[in-house]
Design a protein around this ligand. Structure first.
Ligand SMILES: C[S@@+](CC[C@H](N)C(=O)[O-])C[C@H]1O[C@@H](n2cnc3c(N)ncnc32)[C@H](O)[C@@H]1O
Length: 211
C-alpha cells in the first residue's frame, strides 16, 4: 500500500520535470542565496533538490555539494544544469534512509520547499539532524499551513494542497529543538520561481545552528 503511494508521489515529480523548462527556474531560491553567501564554504547537503537550482548555485560558490531526491528526472536536469555552469555536484536518487550518508559529516543542510510525505516529515528532519556536524547550519524555507488559503486563491503559486504537508513554526521548533535559532519567521512573500511558484505565498523561514 505504502509502496504504491510512494510510487505515485515519485511519478508526479518525474512528470513535472519532463519539460525542457526548469519548473522552479535555474536561479536559486532568494532566501537560500542570501544565507549561503554568508557562510564559509564546506560540505553541504541538499535534500529534495529537484532540478538542482540550489545545489548548482552552492557549487558555483565553492561548496562541496551532495544533493538527493526521489526523482530520476530531477537528477538528469540537475546534472545538465551543473554542466551548463561547469560545476560538479554529487546527486543521489532515493529516500534518505536508503542512501547511507555519513553521520556528522555536513557543515550545512538546506531544505528548500522539501515537502516530503506527511507521515515522514518529522523523521526526515531527525535523520538529517544526525548527518549535520555540531555547529552546522540548517537553512529552511517551505510553505506554511496558512499557505493553504493563498494556494486556493491563486493556484499558480503552487505548494501542497494537503495541510499535513505544510509546516508550522511550532513543528520547526520541535523538530530542531537542539538548534540555536538564528532566524525564524512566518511571512507572506511574493514568489517568482519558474513556472510553478508565482504570486503571493505564506512561508516559514528558518536558520538554525546545531548545538
Ligand atoms: C517543490 S519541489 C522543490 C525542489 C527544490 N528543492 C527546489 O526548491 O527547486 C519538492 C521536491 O521534493 C522531492 N521529494 C519529495 N519527497 C521526497 C523524499 N521523501 N525524499 C527526497 N525528495 C523528495 C520531490 O521529488 C521534489 O523534487
Amino acid at each position: 500500500m505504502e509502496k504504491n503511494w510512494n510510487q505515485e508521489y515519485k511519478s508526479k515529480w518525474n512528470e513535472r520535470y519532463q519539460s525542457e523548462k526548469f519548473a522552479y527556474g535555474k536561479e536559486p531560491n532568494q532566501f537560500f542565496k542570501h544565507w549561503i553567501l554568508k557562510l564559509n564554504p564546506g560540505k553541504i547537503l541538499l535534500p529534495a533538490d529537484g532540478e538542482g537550482r540550489n545545489g548548482v548555485f552552492a557549487a558555483k560558490n565553492n561548496w562541496d555539494v551532495t544533493a538527493f531526491d526521489i526523482s530520476e528526472k530531477g537528477k538528469e536536469k540537475a546534472l545538465k544544469l551543473a554542466q551548463e555552469f561547469n560545476v560538479k555536484i554529487d546527486y543521489l536518487v532515493g529516500e534518505i534512509d536508503s542512501l547511507h550518508l555519513k553521520q556528522n559529516s555536513f557543515d550545512a543542510i538546506a531544505l528548500i520547499y522539501a515537502h516530503v510525505a506527511s507521515d515522514k516529515k518529522s523523521d526526515f528532519h531527525q535523520s538529517l539532524n544526525s548527518l549535520l556536524k555540531p555547529d552546522g547550519i540548517v537553512i529552511f524555507e517551505a510553505f506554511s499551513k496558512n499557505h493553504i488559503y493563498f494556494n486556493a486563491k491563486n493556484p499558480k503559486v503552487g505548494g501542497p494542497k494537503d495541510l499535513d504537508l505544510l509546516f508550522s513554526k511550532e513543528e520547526i521548533k520541535q523538530d530542531f529543538k537542539n538548534y540555536d535559532i538564528l532566524f525564524l519567521e512566518e511571512k507572506e512573500i511574493e514568489l517568482s520561481e519558474g513556472e510553478f511558484h508565482n504570486g503571493k505565498g505564506f512561508v516559514i523561514r528558518f536558520v538554525g545552528k546545531k548545538r
